[in-house]
Design a protein around this ligand. Structure first.
Ligand SMILES: Cc1ncc(COP(=O)(O)O)c(C=O)c1O
Length: 427
């Protein structure tokens, strides 16, 4: 066999690494595996029959256009419909502020192309959306990580950090915020912190990338206005998607941004894929104008709300003492914190043997030293029965782990440490 052809890869490609979540998703195929790992919507929510009907109608009425290339900005009536929806969220926008993208994931890449030079700093939370980290890594991005608490980004720490970063020759341009039911931790930014973030953006001259795929999926508490609706200086680039409220297979998302920024994103998109899926855009548009989207969101909320309650109840009942988790008001995930010295990667190996999967926390941190004792659990994809059974399995693995390793008396630990350091421990 000749030398590996990987020697021909670009410097950039060397930063392309398979994400742990994507690898783990393969485990969904293993028989009996219960997966809390992915971030998938539940197919029970997909309106396949309605989409079939709409697709037929679109093709019958306007097949020639629906199967043709489209303009990069997106199908005009869909841009208008999305602008109307965004106005109801308090944003001052017109269709000219809307770009339709090939899933909101594409925005991560477009923002990388348009705003990030090698060694530029992007501010993220720790933890943050894994695929933003891997997506921007290829642009040789430096990350500045701000810890979270139950109110999402720690604004006090962020402000302190910005003071220092502002003195650098290239202070951060992009601050990446996931204000609603953040992926992975499920935590939400209160209104006063959203206002504060907008004020700081003005003080320190940065842009906010507001990623909001889960905003419509609130099951408890009061709706909080998006950061974009508080933005008088057009510093917020807002992104959202039909993936979690309709169907991710359509691959349709959108951006709301200042026209000057939008124009640049459009040029970047043009060379990436010309335009988003034209038939998919037509379907999404018809779905909205026929009045299906709000009932669909309501139906999805009901199903996920039940699943979240089931999971929170199961956690309460089945997890050993010493383990804590977030109590989201919506979204798709819980974030679990284990005792400090417990490694979730080690735990995962044991959990997989018991046929239950989760994502280890480390994957969601820019700093590889962080996140060892945490994990993300998805509650939207498994069936109700599998949520309960999966938690039973996970609880058993954790209970076993706590008993065997972490519940020891100080004397037991001392004996173990001494034994480990001797020949006895190496047998
Ligand atoms: C925080 C966040 N942003 C963006 C996306 C991308 O979604 P899509 O490309 O399907 O719109 C996801 C998907 O899980 C997500 O969790």
């Amino acid at each position: 066999m000749a030398n590996s052809l990987s020697r021909h890869f670009s410097e950039r490609a060397k930063e392309l690494r398979a994400s742990e979540v994507r690898e783990l998703l393969k485990l969904l195929q293993v028989p009996d595996m219960i997966s809390f790992a992915g971030g998938f919507p539940n197919p029970e929510t997909f309106p396949a029959e309605l989409i079939r009907e709409i697709t037929n109608d679109v093709l019958k009425k306007d097949g020639a256009q629906a199967l043709q290339y489209g303009i990069t900005e997106g199908y005009m009536p869909l841009r208008e419909a999305v602008a109307d929806r965004m106005k109801t969220k308090g944003m001052k926008v017109t269709k000219d502020n809307i770009l339709i993208v090939s899933g909101s994931q594409q925005v991560i890449d477009l923002v990388g192309k348009v705003f990030i030079d090698p060694k530029d700093t992007v501010v993220v939370t720790a933890p943050t959306y894994l695929t933003a980290l891997t997506g921007w890594a290829v642009y040789q991005t430096t990350f500045e990580s701000i810890p979270i608490d139950s109110d999402n980004m720690r604004m006090d720490i962020f402000e302190e950090r910005m003071k220092k970063l502002a003195k650098r020759s290239n202070p951060p341009v992009i601050v990446y915020a996931l204000p609603n039911f953040q992926n992975p931790a499920g935590v939400t930014m209160p209104l006063k912190n959203r206002k504060k973030l907008v004020d700081l953006a003005s003080d320190y001259d940065f842009l906010i990338l507001e990623d909001d795929p889960y905003g419509e999926l609130r099951y408890r508490g009061e709706h909080i206005p998006p950061i974009k609706s508080l933005d008088d200086e057009n510093r917020v680039i807002y992104m959202s998607t039909f993936s979690k409220i309709l169907a991710p297979g359509l691959r349709i998302g959108w951006v709301v941004a200042d026209e000057e920024i939008l124009k640049k994103l459009v040029i970047a998109k043009q060379s990436a894929d010309v335009c988003a899926n034209v038939l998919g855009q037509r379907i999404a548009h018809e779905y909205i104008v026929r009045g299906h989207i709000d009932p669909q969101i309501e139906k999805t909320r009901k199903i996920y709300s039940r699943k979240m309650d089931l999971m929170l109840g199961g956690m309460e009942e089945l997890m050993p003492k010493g383990i804590t988790w977030t109590k989201p008001e919506g979204g798709m995930f819980l974030w679990v914190t284990l005792p400090e010295s417990m490694d979730s990667a080690e735990l995962l190996k044991k959990a997989l043997r018991k046929r239950v999967a989760f994502v280890t926390g480390k994957a969601f941190f820019a700093d590889p030293k962080d996140g060892t004792s945490s994990m993300r659990l998805n509650f939207t994809h498994p069936s109700d029965e599998l949520i309960t059974e999966g938690l039973r399995r996970l609880g058993a693995v954790l209970n076993q782990e706590m008993v065997s390793k972490w519940d020891k008396s100080p004397e037991d630990r001392k004996i173990e440490d001494v034994v480990k350091g001797t020949m006895l421990g190496r047998s």
